[in-house]
Design a protein around this ligand. Structure first.
Ligand code: SF4
Length: 354
């Protein structure tokens, strides 16, 4: 069984505005940020959707570029006193929840996420109260307050495993906030899931009909789709997976050409992983176009070197804070996922976890 009940909350989507820098200024900012990271005992943890210069700085300074689960894991295990999270707000909050003793800075605290904004804590709490017989599973892309109301947190890479595990125990699930990811998981697992009606403004824009046309024009291409995309797009995929999974697929699949349905920021790491392979953006425009993001998240684009330098210089105005009582309750579903993922890894790789 699957259903969505709530009307979709209205979200104001800002335009996608990327930082523009002359080469000299970019080089100078990189050096200043590098020095400030060192002086602040800070490490930069960036998401795959951020700008190439942010990802390169993270890689060059001993930081990390990854998906949201691995970002959280890396930040938790790294000894730095300050974590600088280049991504969107829920990633900074997750870092703070897992590391209450550390200072967590973000280049821009206005970097939100349509999934987070589309799941207000009070309305979500009422939705949970109305279905007390269900295990509450929320996607990582939610506020700390929503996580505090959940039993489990999942990521796109772990959602299938966790839901299968809960389904095998006979648990019925209340899922939030991404209805498309929820539908994908529900179809794949057959679990009993009640879905919140939220969506990612980037992935919701991909078009099934136009993707089918593009596929016909490139029959040699392997189609890679992130499961936050609508079902007609997922149905055309040769591979469906998390951002890390999509990059791995470009590296390891024998094809030379790929059509990719996720934020175009991921192309930077894909090109590094498989230089010479051809990457084509899945269509967001076409006859049925309603493109508001055009495969570029407006909130991820708020991360730039100037703002990163400012965060490291002034700290205070860029610091993530989560009230202690909310952090304590939100830690449980996150920790549950981290333990579950570690146990699964152990099951698969045993002690040869190189
Ligand atoms: S790409 Fe979508 S899910 Fe990711 S941060 Fe942007 S709005 Fe949220």
């Amino acid at each position: 069984m699957s259903a969505t009940l709530n009307p979709r909350p209205r979200i104001d989507v800002p335009p996608t505005v990327r930082e523009t820098l002359a080469p000299d200024e970019r080089a100078a900012l990189r050096e200043q940020c590098r020095e400030l990271l060192r002086a602040n005992d800070a490490v930069l943890v960036a998401h795959y959707y951020t700008a190439p210069e942010i990802q390169e700085l993270a890689d060059d300074t001993g930081g990390y570029v990854s998906d949201s689960l691995d970002m959280a894991r890396f930040g938790h295990e790294h000894p730095a006193a300050t974590l600088v999270v280049a991504g969107v707000r829920f990633m900074g909050e997750t870092a703070k929840i897992l590391n209450p003793e550390k200072r967590v800075l973000m280049p821009d605290l206005a970097a939100e996420c349509s999934l987070d904004l589309g799941c207000p804590p009070d309305e979500f709490s009422a939705f949970c109260d109305a279905h007390p017989d269900r295990t509450v599973v929320v996607y990582a892309n939610t506020s700390a307050a929503v996580k505090a109301r959940a039993d489990w947190m999942v990521t796109s890479g772990s959602a299938l495993d966790v839901v299968r595990h809960l389904d095998a125990r006979g648990e019925k699930i209340l899922w939030a906030p991404d209805r498309y990811l929820g539908e994908y998981v529900q179809t794949a697992t057959g679990a009993d899931m009640l879905l919140w009606n939220g969506a990612c403004v980037v992935h919701e824009e991909f078009k099934g009909e136009e993707l089918a046309e593009l596929k016909r024009a490139h029959p040699e291409a392997r189609v890679l789709v992130h499961p936050e995309s609508p079902a007609p797009v997922v149905a055309l995929a040769d591979y469906v997976g998390s951002t890390s999974g999509l990059i791995n697929e470009v590296r390891s699949a024998p094809n030379d050409t790929f059509i990719v349905a996720t934020d175009s920021g991921i192309f930077h790491k894909m090109r590094e992983a498989a230089p010479g392979k051809t990457l084509i953006e899945a269509p967001t425009a076409g006859r049925s176009a309603t493109c508001r993001s055009c495969a570029a998240c407006p909130w991820m684009a708020m991360n730039g070197l100037r703002k990163l330098r400012e965060a490291l210089l002034v700290g205070e105005r860029h610091e993530i804070r989560v009230p202690a009582d909310i952090a304590e309750r939100a830690r449980r579903p996150i920790a549950r996922l981290l333990e579950f993922a570690a146990a699964r890894k152990q099951e698969i790789y045993g002690n040869n976890d190189a």
